[in-house]
Design a protein around this ligand. Structure first.
Ligand SMILES: Nc1nc2c(ncn2[C@@H]2O[C@H](COP(=O)(O)OP(=O)(O)O)[C@@H](O)[C@H]2O)c(=O)[nH]1
Ligand SMILES: [Mg+2]
Length: 547
C-alpha cells in the first residue's frame, strides 16, 4: 500500500466518522422534531437517516455508480465499454435495459450491498489489465431508462438514483436538452459533487460542433442549479472514447469521497429542510429569545396568587389567630363566647391537622380569566420573535390544564396555611393559667362575700374578716381578680393583634412562595424546556448540516 493511499484511507475513515456523527445528530433531531414540525420533512429526514445508516453499515469498500439517462443515450454501451466486453447487451436480449445490471470490480464481497440495493443481476469483472485493478471496488450499475414507458423501470431507476453513491447522467447530442433529465438534475441539485454528466456519442459531431453542444449543456446544467458536477465527453465506439470517464471513475473509487459526498449531501438537505421548518430562514432567531423576563414571571405569580384568593385566606388566618389567642388568654368569664361563632379556618377546612383540599370557594371567574391571560402572556413573551410553530408549541407546553393547575394551587395554598399556624405559643398558656388563677381568686372572693352576707342575713355572729391594708381580703380577691383578669385580657388582645398580623404576613409570604413554585413547575419550567428543546434541535440540525 502506498503512503498516499494510506493517508487517503485515514482521511476517508475520519470522514465517515464525522458523517456518522452527522447522521446521529440528524437522527436525534428527528426524534425532537417528531411531533413538533411538519410531518413531511421529518419523514424525509427519517428516511435519510435509515438509508445513511444502512449504507454506512455496508462499509466504504465499494462505490455504487449508477448509469442513468434516456433510452438510447448509450448507458449500456458505455457499461460494456468500461467492462471491456458486451455484458449489458448479451446478458439481456432486449434492446432496452429492463432490470439493473451490476458490474463489480475487485475481490471484496459486494453481495450484501447489492442485496440491500435490490439488484440481483450481477456480473463479476475479471481483472485482465491494470486498468481493471485500478477500478477495484467499483460497482457499475446499468440502470433502466428514466423515460421508459414502463412504470416499473422508472421506479427502479429512481430507487437506484436514490441509493447510488455516484450518479452518472448519460445523454447525447440529440437528447441533452430534454426536459426529463433536467427535471432530475434540478431535483438533485444539492448533490452536485455526487453527480457526473456525460455527453456521449461525441463521435457523431465535429470538434467544433461538440464544443458548442457541450457549452450549451454546461449552461443548462448550470441553470438547473447544479454545482460541482463535471461534464465529461465520451464515445462508446471510438477507441479511447471512454478514457476520461474511466479516469474519473478510477479517481472516485480511490478517494472513496463519492460515497460520503452523496450521503453528506442527503443529510445536509434533510437537515436544511428541517432547519427551514424550525427557524427563521434569515437565521436571526437561531440564538432564541431571551426566555421569560423577571417582570413577566413576577406578574404571573401575582395574578396566580390573586386567583388563589390570598386575601380571603390571609384574613381567615388573621381572624383565626386572634380568636384562638382570645380563647386561650381572654377573660375566662367572657372568652367562651368565642366558641359561639364558627372558627374562620375550620370553615375553610384549613385548620392545622387537616389535610387535602380546602373547602374554599373556587377562584372567581374573573380571577381565573386574569390568571389564564397572564399565563398566555408569559408563554407568548417567551416565544416572541420565534417563527411558527414555536409560539404554538410554547403555549402548548406552558399552559397547563386549568383544573390541574387550580387543584394544585389550592393544595399548596392549603398546606402553606396549615403550616403557618403556630402551635399554641407559650405565652398563651402562661396567660391562660394566670387568667384561671385570677378568675379563681375572684370566685373565691365572691363566694366568701356571699358567705359573709348570708351569715349577716341569718344574724350569725360576724366572723373576723382578714384585711390587707384595710381592704378586706374577699373584696380584694373579687375586685382584684376581676380587674386584673380584664386588664390582662385587654393586654393579651393587643399582643394577639400583633401576632395575628405577623402570621398574616407570614401566610401571604408562604402562599406567594408556594404559588411561585407551582408556577415555575407547571408553567415556566415546561416553557423553558420547550425553548431548550428548540435550541437543541437547531444545534443538532446545524451539526447534521455540517456547520
Ligand atoms: N455512434 C455512437 N453510437 C452509440 C454510442 N453509444 C451508444 N450508441 C448506440 O446507441 C444505441 C443505444 O445504445 P444503448 O447503449 O442501448 O443505450 P441505452 O438505452 O442508454 O442503454 C445503440 O444502437 C448503440 O450502438 C456512441 O458513443 N456513439
Ligand atoms: Mg440500456
Amino acid at each position: 500500500m502506498s503512503p498516499l493511499s494510506a493517508r487517503a484511507r485515514r482521511k476517508s475513515a475520519n470522514r465517515s466518522e464525522s458523517l456518522a456523527d452527522r447522521v446521529t445528530a440528524l437522527d436525534q433531531a428527528v426524534q425532537l422534531a417528531g411531533d413538533r414540525l411538519a410531518p413531511e420533512p421529518v419523514a424525509f429526514a427519517e428516511a435519510i437517516v435509515s438509508k445513511a445508516n444502512e449504507r454506512l453499515r455496508h462499509g466504504t469498500k465499494h462505490l455504487l455508480v449508477g448509469l442513468l439517462g434516456a433510452t438510447g443515450s448509450g448507458k449500456s454501451s458505455l457499461c460494456n465499454a468500461i467492462v471491456g466486453s458486451d455484458i449489458a447487451t448479451t446478458g439481456v436480449r432486449r434492446p432496452t435495459t429492463s432490470s439493473t445490471l451490476a458490474c463489480v470490480w475487485g475481490t471484496e464481497d459486494s453481495g450484501p450491498l447489492l442485496d440491500w440495493l435490490g439488484v440481483s443481476n450481477r456480473h463479476q469483472v475479471e481483472a485482465t489489465s491494470d486498468l481493471d485493478s485500478e477500478l477495484a471496488g467499483l460497482v457499475l450499475l446499468d440502470v433502466p431508462d428514466h423515460d421508459s414507458i414502463e412504470v416499473g423501470h422508472r421506479l427502479e431507476m429512481e430507487q437506484i438514483a436514490e441509493h447510488a453513491d455516484l450518479l452518472v447522467w448519460v445523454t447525447d447530442p440529440e437528447k441533452y436538452a430534454d426536459a426529463a433529465i433536467h427535471h432530475y438534475l434540478r431535483r438533485l441539485s444539492h448533490h452536485g459533487s455526487a453527480m457526473v454528466v456525460v455527453l456521449n456519442k461525441s463521435d457523431q459531431l465535429s470538434e467544433s460542433e461538440f464544443r458548442a453542444c457541450r457549452d450549451d449543456l454546461v449552461r443548462l446544467v448550470d441553470d438547473d442549479g447544479v454545482e460541482g458536477t463535471p461534464v465529461v465527453k465520451t464515445s462508446a465506439v471510438d477507441p479511447g472514447g471512454i478514457d476520461d470517464l474511466r479516469g474519473l471513475l478510477v479517481r472516485r473509487v480511490r478517494s472513496q469521497a463519492s460515497i460520503m459526498a452523496r450521503l453528506e449531501a442527503d443529510v445536509a438537505v434533510a437537515a436544511s429542510d428541517l432547519l427551514g421548518e424550525a427557524s427563521d430562514p434569515e437565521g436571526s432567531d437561531r440564538n432564541g429569545p431571551a426566555g421569560i423576563s423577571k417582570n413577566v414571571a413576577t406578574t404571573l405569580a401575582e395574578d396566580l396568587t390573586d386567583a388563589v384568593g390570598i386575601n380571603t385566606v390571609s384574613q381567615a388566618v388573621v381572624a383565626g389567630y386572634r380568636r384562638d389567642a382570645i380563647e386561650q388568654t381572654g377573660w375566662p368569664f367572657t372568652r367562651w363566647t368565642q366558641r359561639l361563632r364558627p372558627h374562620p379556618l375550620r370553615r375553610l377546612h384549613l385548620e392545622k391537622g387537616t389535610a387535602g383540599r380546602s373547602s374554599r370557594d373556587p377562584a372567581s371567574a374573573g380571577q381565573r380569566t386574569r390568571a389564564l391571560a397572564s399565563i398566555r402572556k408569559a408563554a407568548d413573551s417567551a416565544s416572541s420573535g420565534l417563527p411558527d410553530p414555536w409560539p404554538h408549541l410554547v403555549r402548548q407546553a406552558g399552559i397547563p390544564d386549568e383544573d390541574v393547575l387550580f387543584d394544585r394551587l389550592d393544595l399548596v395554598v392549603a398546606d402553606a396555611v396549615r403550616d403557618v399556624q403556630p402551635r399554641k405559643p407559650l405565652w398563651w398558656k402562661l396567660v391562660g393559667s394566670v387568667q384561671l388563677l385570677l378568675a379563681l381568686a375572684a370566685i373565691v372572693g365572691a363566694v366568701w362575700l356571699l358567705g359573709l352576707a348570708g351569715a349577716a342575713y341569718l344574724q350569725l355572729p360576724a366572723l373576723p374578716t382578714p384585711t390587707i391594708r384595710r381592704i378586706p381580703v374577699p373584696t380584694g380577691l373579687l375586685i382584684g381578680g376581676a380587674i386584673l383578669g380584664w386588664l390582662l385580657a385587654m393586654l393579651s388582645r393587643v399582643l394577639a393583634s400583633i401576632g395575628a398580623r405577623r402570621t398574616g404576613h407570614a401566610v401571604r409570604k408562604d402562599v406567594a412562595q408556594a404559588v411561585r413554585q407551582v408556577s415555575s413547575e407547571l408553567i415556566l419550567a415546561p416553557i423553558e424546556t420547550e425553548l431548550a428543546q428548540r435550541s437543541q434541535l437547531i444545534g443538532l440540525l446545524e451539526r447534521a448540516g455540517g456547520s
